[in-house]
Ligand binder design. Structure first.
Ligand SMILES: Nc1ncnc2c1ncn2[C@@H]1O[C@H](COP(=O)(O)OP(=O)(O)OP(=O)(O)O)[C@@H](O)[C@H]1O
Ligand SMILES: [Mg+2]
Length: 372
């Protein structure tokens, strides 16, 4: 019996809840054989210990029924024990009726956090999930603008807030209640209390996903949040320049310290999409950009390409080094910005745009991670 034979046997094991086997999922990291001993090393990134155990037991079972090995050893990689995938502590509680709370965070401001949060929420909505979107950025709430909302949420008789309906999802923002006139200096001390109260006082109903748009950095809101609530995970938004700096690492470290899984990184403003038309240029025209990129112009004179302003591939390397998956790369795009600033995010406004497809893929990756 060789390694390939062992892998064939392991292919009989489906990952719990899936019709796909653990080998094709890439969960079998290594198989080591020596005489009549076999060691199988598994890499299972699930938060659920019982699932991990079930797979390990099944591996033992199928290998012992093969009748070729005296000693069967099944282990999981260190990565499995990293804080990233550990169970949240008993302290924070889940919110009743909400299956998954996912925070969108960034080390610094202006990297596109709110844009990503809104489009991600809309992508999940389009996939048929019940979604809520909560803007916790008390210093600069932007969801009312991004989603083109200018009405206020209603209060019930017992002073609970009813979220607004927008593009098929439920939306609530600090901006709705704090107003933009409230001086920032007054808001600071209120932040923790308001954050906490917000969660108790908003009637979300049943939700599959609640997406939180956090303020930048690692301040009061983030702390209160992770102490009070059980998050399914956090998505970190960064730009190509910052990903190589300590930015992502700082964010990832903070969330790991409080036992919140880091689901991955979204690299925003990665490259620049340029689209245009050259009049009278039908057919096979080629133009060179800065001697580096060549661009094809089609029959009708139309062209589109991505100019990689920053070093390409930094996101992949860096996220790999941090052990945090790269969920997707969003280029700088006029279309994306125009949609955002017009109050209708691109995933809703132009669902068939390539950037919308990228957001759908990011949503898929998140769904797979939190549900496994
Ligand atoms: N990929 C992109 N291409 C072009 N413009 C973008 C892109 N991503 C975001 N923007 C624009 O950049 C500005 C800042 O984005 P956004 O408000 O989402 O950032 P943020 O990280 O939430 O900022 P803040 O820290 O202030 O909350 C917005 O005007 C938005 O439309
Ligand atoms: Mg924002």
């Amino acid at each position: 019996m060789n390694k390939q034979d062992v892998l064939e046997i392991l292919k009989k094991i489906n990952y719990p809840g899936f019709s796909r086997d653990i080998v094709s999922f890439g969960m079998v990291q290594n198989v080591v054989m020596e005489g009549d001993s076999v060691s199988v090393i598994l890499k299972i990134t699930t938060q659920k210990d019982e699932k991990k155990q079930k797979v390990m037991d099944e591996v033992k079972n199928v290998l012992s029924s093969a009748g070729k090995f005296k000693n069967i050893n099944v282990e999981t990689t260190e990565q499995v024990q990293s804080p990233q995938v550990q169970q949240a502590p008993a302290g924070p509680t889940p919110l009743a009726g909400i299956k998954h709370i996912i925070a969108v965070a960034s080390g610094k401001g202006g990297v596109g956090k709110s844009t990503v949060a809104a489009n991600l929420a809309l992508a999940l909505t389009q996939k048929g999930h019940k979604v809520g979107l909560l803007d916790l950025d008390i210093y600069g709430p932007s969801l009312p603008i991004i989603l083109g909302i200018n009405e206020n949420p209603k209060l019930t008789q017992d002073k609970k807030l009813v979220p607004l309906d927008r593009f098929g999802m439920k939306v609530m923002s600090f901006g709705f209640i704090s107003g933009n006139q409230t001086p920032t200096i007054w808001r600071g001390p209120l932040v923790s209390r308001m954050t906490e109260q917000f969660f108790q006082d908003v009637i979300w109903g049943k939700l599959d996903y609640l997406i939180l748009d956090l303020p930048p950095g690692t301040g009061d809101v983030q702390l209160t949040l992770t102490q009070k609530l059980r998050l399914s995970g956090v998505v970190i938004v960064t730009t190509p320049q910052d990903i190589a700096l300590s930015d992502v690492r700082k964010g990832a470290d903070m969330f790991r310290k409080v036992q919140t899984p880091v689901l991955g990184v979204v690299e925003n403003m990665s490259g620049l999409v340029i689209e245009g038309h050259i009049q009278g240029a039908g057919g096979d025209v080629k133009i060179d950009i800065a001697g580096e990129q060549s661009v094809r112009v089609d029959e009708a004179g139309h062209f589109q390409f991505q100019l990689d302003i920053f070093k390409k591939g930094g996101g992949v390397i860096e996220s790999d080094r941090l052990g945090v998956p790269l969920l997707g790369e969003i280029p700088i795009s006029k279309e994306l910005m125009a949609a955002t600033d017009s109050g209708e995010p691109i995933v809703h406004k132009t669902p068939d745009a390539p950037i919308s497809a990228t957001f759908m893929t990011i949503a898929d990756r998140i769904i797979t991670t939190v549900q496994s």
